[in-house]
Each structure stands twice: as C-alpha cells, then as structure tokens.
Design a protein around this ligand. Structure first.
Ligand code: ATR
Length: 282
C-alpha cells in the first residue's frame, strides 16, 4: 500500500510504456515487503533537465534511465561513477546523501548473464552487432575483460565512435565493420567465439541481424532483446545447435537487480523479478 512513507523509484525515457522495469521492481518490492513503488516517467528530450531537477526536488530514491536519455542525463546528475563515465552512458540513478549518482549496470548485468553460463571473456574473439547506447556499455565491458572485439554496425561512423572511446580509455584495439560488408562479416563470424546482438533488430519482429548460415555450432549466441524472449536470432541459434544460447531476460534482470540493491540496500529477489518479467511478456 502506498502511504506517506512510501519511497519512490522510476524510469525516465521515451517511450517507457513498454518498459518491464515497473513490473519487475514492484514485484520485488512486494516480495520483500518494502514500502517502495516504481513508476514509469515518460520524459521528452527537451524536458530531461527539468525532469532530473524534479527527481532531486521530489526526493526520488532512484531509478533507471532508458532511450533516448542514457548519455544526455550525465550532465544533469550530481555525480557519475567511473564505469558509467568511461562508457559514456548511465542507466541507473541512486540518491546518496541527497545527491543523484549515475551508474551503468547494463555492463555488469551483461557480464553476469555470461558468467552464469560460465563464459569467460578474456582473450575471446567477440563480434558485437550495434553501436547504440546498449552496445556502448557491452563493448566497453568486453574490451575491459580482455576480449578481442569487432563491432558491426549499419552506420559505420557510430561504431567508429565507440571504438575511439574504448581505445582512448583502455589499452585495447577494437575492429569495426559495416553491416553492409556481408562477406567480411561472414568471415568474422567464422572466427568468432561469441556473438552478441545489441541492435534493435528482432524487437517485436521476426527478423535477425544475420542470416542463419553465418552461425556455427562452436558459437555462443547472446541476444539482448527480450521482446519476444525467443527472437529469430535465438531460434536460428537453436536450429544450428550453437554451443550456448542466452536470451535478453537474464541481462534485464541482472541490471535491474544491481539497481534494486542500491536503492533498497537489500539483495534483489532475482527469481521473483525474472518471473514478473516473463509473466509480463506472456
Ligand atoms: P539502444 O540505446 O537500445 O542501443 P539505439 O541507440 O537507437 O538504441 O541503437 C540501436 C542500434 O540498432 C544501432 O546500432 C542501430 O544501427 P545504426 O547505428 O545504424 O542506427 C541498430 N539498428 C536499428 N535498426 C536497424 C536495422 N533495421 N538494421 C540494422 N541495424 C539497426
């Protein structure tokens, strides 16, 4: 029940109507009997500054930031922790001693989803599709764990920017390829041990970023999309018999669990969160 003591968390983005974070976090608050509520806050680009000021003024406990504000929000927060600063994107906000601090839990959520399947990233050949907000965090995490990363993107310049950011901050080289260079992408896929889709291709559509014959049984395939849970890429990977297959639900839950812990001080009930997400999706 909401009362005078209820602590408020929320997600700012545009759109936020499809976000699964409210269902996931409210289920977790309820499971632990915490007097918290998590709300969706649709915020347009030109209102971001005012929205963040509003979070400060209203004493909001924390929350998440999603498309299209993950990078922009940085300049309005009081503090940004080092990893988020280095990635150049914030997906989680926490009020600490009256100040709003930005974090990036996408990178660590991704890492945990792989670790859970006992996938090591050191010295691995990884092909990452995408160069948007999510891909930025993943590419940085992969490079900092010691993977050999190739970023493939429709717009090469965006991939180039992600590469430059990583190379300026880490002692690693990153390769880039345009998605249109089909034969080069095919060759790269043959060498790759891990493939991750961080584009929006496959979201609410039966499309895959690669043809099925680019996949091979020795490949680990991870899709960060979770709408639907079984994307076309995940189905292709199942048909090819790829070594390990990871859908986007795990990363969603783990990035959320890290935020939950920061807002409440309690260990997140991950199973309850996963169940809430799957129920929402069904
Ligand atoms: P997010 O923050 O979720 O990563 P985004 O910044 O809009 O969202 O990035 C979306 C990613 O999906 C980008 O890599 C985008 O490619 P471009 O940089 O060329 O725009 C990719 N993407 C979206 N639609 C695509 C499509 N139809 N084909 C290939 N790539 C696509």
């Amino acid at each position: 029940m909401v009362d005078g003591e209820t602590k408020i968390c929320g997600i700012i983005g545009n759109p936020v109507g499809h976000s699964l974070s409210p269902a996931m976090h409210n289920a977790a608050f309820s499971e632990l009997g915490l007097n918290f509520v998590y709300l969706p806050f649709p915020v347009q680009k030109e209102k971001l500054k005012e929205a963040v000021e509003g979070l400060k003024a209203l004493g909001i406990k924390g929350g998440n930031v999603t498309i299209p504000h993950k990078s922009e929000v940085i300049k309005y927060l009081d503090e940004v922790e080092e990893l988020a600063q280095r990635i150049g994107a914030v997906n989680t906000i926490v009020r600490e001693k009256g100040k709003l601090r930005g974090f990036n839990t996408d990178a660590l959520g991704f890492k945990k989803a792989l670790e859970e399947k006992r996938i090591k990233l050191e010295e691995r050949e990884v092909i990452l599709f995408g160069a948007g907000g999510a891909a930025k965090a993943l590419a940085f995490q992969l490079a900092s764990e010691g993977s050999q990363v190739t970023i493939v993107n429709r717009t090469l310049e965006r991939a180039q920017k992600v590469k430059e950011n990583i190379e300026s901050k880490l002692d690693r080289e990153v390769e880039v390829l345009p998605l249109s260079e089909k034969e080069e992408v095919r060759e790269k896929m043959k060498e790759a041990e891990i493939m991750t889709n961080a584009t929006s291709v496959g979201m609410r559509e039966q499309k895959s970023i690669v043809p099925k014959d680019f996949l091979h049984p020795k490949l680990v395939v991870m899709d960060i999309i979770y709408t639907p849970v079984n994307t076309k890429l995940i189905k292709q990977a199942q048909e090819v018999g790829c070594k390990k297959i990871i859908n986007g639900v795990q990363m969603l839950v783990y990035q959320g669990a890290l935020g939950f812990k920061a807002w409440t001080g309690e260990k997140a009930p991950e199973e309850v969160m996963r169940k809430a997400v799957l129920e929402e999706l069904a």
